[in-house]
Design a protein around this ligand. Structure first.
Ligand code: SAM
Length: 362
């Protein structure tokens, strides 16, 4: 079987305008779809519902600071989502902080599940990113409320290593049970996100391959980005895509899988026997900004057009001052038009964003 390594090294598009859901653009009114000045269609909304978190992952939080930003009432989040859906968003991901800590989450999911995409006949895709600590007890209710899929962050399959990362004893068993409960509840295929840190959990790559194969989950390795509360990020600490691919390929030969959609961020693989699925998201070594379809709204109602934005844009202020839906849509268009072309990780003069990941919503 041919090695997958050469295809991995192919450059990803970084500057070409994204097509987003261009296949759908024959839909009447699709010219009204939200786009930025680079031509990228915005189809993917990430909404943070709290910046509180019950884990203190070493690569994300200092361990000393708690929440820094306010939360909106559930009905204001629902209005924000409705506005974005009316502009062409087809996928809503609820995140945080830890979204399962947020009271009213089920009601919010129920409200979102009643919405229909403006330019697609497909139902809205509703996903959740969680650390999984509370998932075992909530998976069934989340599914019944209308959630389609869960992504669980789990940075080690060795229980001790995992507890050292989360700084919460017993966290591995809780999260593993949460993953299984989500699969059982029909929130699958569950994606398991792992951020690898050199010298911390980079010995886990092969064990994660086994975990994917044994548990029937999609394991996705994410390169660590400079988005932590501390100033601990260094390029040397990042475990890059090429190394991950080489090591997985030594477990069993990898076979590349096609992207599931135009704005796919992960390189997808299975093994030569078709068992297990691995995704590698490589924003540091192989940026994919050229086909970014995302916009984020923080827990306190600010729009962020890039993880690395130097500022955010208030939406809830105008909303509370009585702006109409049309006025808010016009504001969103203006904000999104100025979406950054790309991030500048690793370049001289790189500036850390104005908020860290836990306070943006990952
Ligand atoms: N608490 C939820 C969770 O743990 O999934 C949602 C929020 S968390 C900030 C979302 C994702 O961001 C997690 O998968 C986490 O591993 C990832 N993340 C946090 N900091 C990161 C960083 N600096 N670089 C890459 N991913 C990061």
């Amino acid at each position: 079987m041919a090695s997958v390594l050469p295809s991995i090294l192919d450059p990803l598009p970084t500057a070409a305008p994204a097509t987003g859901s261009d296949a759908l653009d024959a839909t009447p009114g699709a010219e009204a779809r939200l786009r930025d000045k680079h031509g990228r269609a915005i189809t993917d909304l990430r909404l943070s519902v709290t910046d509180r978190c019950n884990y203190k992952c070493v690569y994300c939080r200092t361990g000393n600071e708690g929440a820094q930003y306010s939360e909106l009432p559930i009905e204001e989040y629902a209005r924000v989502v409705r506005l974005f859906v009316s502009l062409g968003v087809e996928k809503v991901r609820l995140t945080g902080g830890e979204p399962l800590l947020r009271r009213g989450l089920l009601e919010l999911i129920g409200e979102i599940a009643a919405m229909r995409p403006a330019f697609s006949l497909e139902p809205l895709d509703i996903a959740l990113t969680t650390n999984g600590h509370l998932l075992a007890g909530m998976a069934g209710n989340l599914k019944r409320a209308g959630l389609n899929r869960a992504t669980v962050s789990m940075d080690a399959v060795d229980a001790e290593t995992f507890a050292r990362i989360t700084r919460v004893p017993g966290s591995f068993e809780r999260v593993r049970d949460g993953i299984r409960a989500a699969q059982d509840a029909g929130l699958g295929p569950v994606k398991v996100n792992a951020v690898l840190l050199r010298g911390f959990n980079d010995g886990e790559i092969e064990a994660f391959a086994e975990f994917s194969r044994n548990e029937g989950v999609i394991v996705r390795f994410i390169e660590w980005m400079p988005l932590e509360e501390d100033r601990t990020w260094t390029p040397e600490a990042v475990v890059r895509m090429e190394e991950i691919v080489t090591r997985l390929n030594a477990v069993r030969p990898l076979v590349a899988l096609p992207a599931t959609h135009a704005s796919e961020t992960a390189r997808r693989f299975t093994f030569d026997d078709g068992v297990g699925e691995i995704g590698i998201i490589a924003p540091v070594s192989h940026p994919f900004c050229g086909h970014c379809s995302r916009v984020r709204v923080t827990s306190d109602g600010k729009v962020r057009t890039c993880l690395f934005s130097q500022s955010d844009h208030d939406l809830v202020g105008p909303m509370r001052r009585g702006a109409s839906d049309d006025e808010l849509r016009a504001r969103i268009r203006k904000i999104v038009d100025r979406k950054e072309a790309r991030h500048h990780i690793g370049e001289p003069g790189f500036k850390k964003p104005s908020r860290s990941m836990v306070h943006i919503g990952g």
